[in-house]
Design a binder for this molecule. Structure first.
Ligand code: GLY
Length: 445
């Protein structure tokens, strides 16, 4: 089987790495990929946001499956174009990707499907926003309706800051915002695969969204993740499947826009029970890096089953009983103004450590020298029999890597890796805090 993966990040590197380990896979391509992906796949300089170009590339290569990594190509219709070319694709249509592309649409679907989520108001005027902020009270949560490249959500105690963010969103053509009730409690990411009818959950993971230790500083795309979650309530996955994933997939099918691909359920474990914070229409980054590190079922067949409507006949998934922790190494200045062009050292040495693999995100080769080329540069994944072993392994890898001005958190999975008797009630990375204005999509409460 030949597969084309669309995207450039560490999530796509993790997908390519897992696909390369599947004996059924005979050829791998990426568009456009990155230098790390290039060690496993043939790279093609095609614009991932251009549906016609991606479909033409897939046709020319004669691939059996296209896997679309990020949300923007999905919302742009890449999956539709590939399907129209007669090629199987893992990823929802543009219409179904509106579950991520429009917060208001996602809320409408959740309401119709009876999915537990925060109460919300969709607003197109600042007067409506002011009324909704007053109704819900602080902390205020204001979400831009459309995709906002990680800048769409503000969570703040400051009403003026909430109004300022809403004004900026409303000023854009067709601008609207969703104002919602704040959800307390730690967050969980659960990816649920679907072929449009049936669903198969993966294992839960937790992401660390703030740039600095102790969940300080601005939000990022994610600075680390771990799996499993020893503190998660028993039955959580079944509860999400029954009360979130199945009703949502059924509602999307009922509307004539079946959702196939991965439904990323961003959840909050609130004092009133589990609630959906947001849906995404793609795998999360960096959670995918730890989830796939634990998946033992060959990935290609699983993604093909989603793409071809045959998930019901796919056997149960198998998982490594151990743990995985990933730590993101980000460039100087990230997230405000990421610096590029800094030399990376020690990547191969880190990857040679037992239990460590290094995934590329914002990297580039300049005169055969590996340099930073973006905000999140690398994710270092450590695996081990326990969270504490996986954590130690990941950080041993991080310690080998040099990047001038590079930043990483030193507390990824620290609390979750403590012995059970030392576990705090709230082990989440940001549960219960009240982020400042400027929080981005990643802190989507
Ligand atoms: N880890 C957050 C995201 O993928 O959006």
């Amino acid at each position: 089987m030949e597969i084309l993966v669309v995207g450039t990040g560490a999530r796509e590197h993790a997908l390519v790495r897992a696909l390369a380990a599947d004996p059924a896979v005979t050829g791998l391509h990426a568009a456009p990929g990155n230098p790390g992906i290039g060690e496993l796949a043939t790279l093609h300089q095609v614009d991932p946001l251009d549906p016609v170009a991606v479909a033409a590339l897939a046709t020319r290569l004669g691939v059996d499956l296209v896997v679309v990594g990020p949300e923007a190509p999905l919302v742009a219709g890449v999956a539709d174009a590939v399907r129209a070319a007669g090629i199987a694709v893992f990823g929802p249509s543009a219409a179904a990707a509106q579950l991520e592309g429009s917060k208001a649409f996602a809320k409408e679907v959740m309401a119709a499907a009876g999915v537990p989520t925060a109460d919300s108001r969709t607003c197109t005027t600042i007067e409506q926003v002011a009324a909704a902020l007053a109704e819900f009270g602080a902390p205020h949560v204001v979400k831009e309706d459309g995709l906002a490249a990680g800048k769409g959500v503000v969570v703040t105690d400051d009403t003026d800051a909430a109004l300022d963010h809403a004004r900026a969103c409303l000023a854009r053509p067709g601008g609207s915002v969703v104002v919602e009730d704040y959800l307390d409690g730690p967050e969980v990411s659960l990816f649920v695969l679907s072929d449009g009818t049936d669903v198969v959950p993966l294992v839960p993971a937790q992401d660390f969204k703030r740039i600095f230790d102790g969940d300080a500083g601005p939000n990022t795309g994610g600075m680390g993740a771990y799996s499993p979650l020893p503190w998660a309530p028993d039955g959580l996955v079944d509860e999400v499947v029954e009360t979130v994933a199945k009703p949502t997939i059924a509602e999307m099918a009922r509307r004539g826009t079946p959702f196939s691909g991965v439904l990323y359920c961003g959840l909050a474990m609130t004092s009133r029970g589990m609630r959906v914070v947001e849906f995404n229409a793609r795998f999360g980054d960096p959670e995918t890096q730890v989830v796939l590190a634990r998946l033992r079922t060959p990935l290609a067949g699983l993604l093909v089953a989603c793409a071809t409507g045959s998930l019901s006949t796919f056997g149960p998934l198998t998982w490594d009983d151990g743990a995985a922790v990933t730590v993101v190494i980000a460039s100087a200045g990230y997230p405000a103004r990421a610096r590029s062009g800094d030399r990376l050292t020690g990547v191969a040495q880190a990857g040679a450590l037992p239990g460590v693999h290094v995934l590329h995100a914002g990297t580039a080769l300049r005169d055969d020298v590996l340099v930073s080329a973006g905000g999140r540069v690398l994710t270092v994944v450590g695996t081990g029999p326990t969270l504490s072993a996986a954590r130690a392994t990941a950080y041993a890898g991080v310690d080998r890597i040099g990047l001038d001005g590079g930043q990483h958190r030193s507390d990824i999975a620290a609390r979750a890796a403590q012995p059970a008797e030392d576990q705090p009630v709230d082990p989440g990375p940001s549960g219960g805090d009240v982020p400042d204005a400027g929080a981005d999509r990643a802190d989507a409460r």
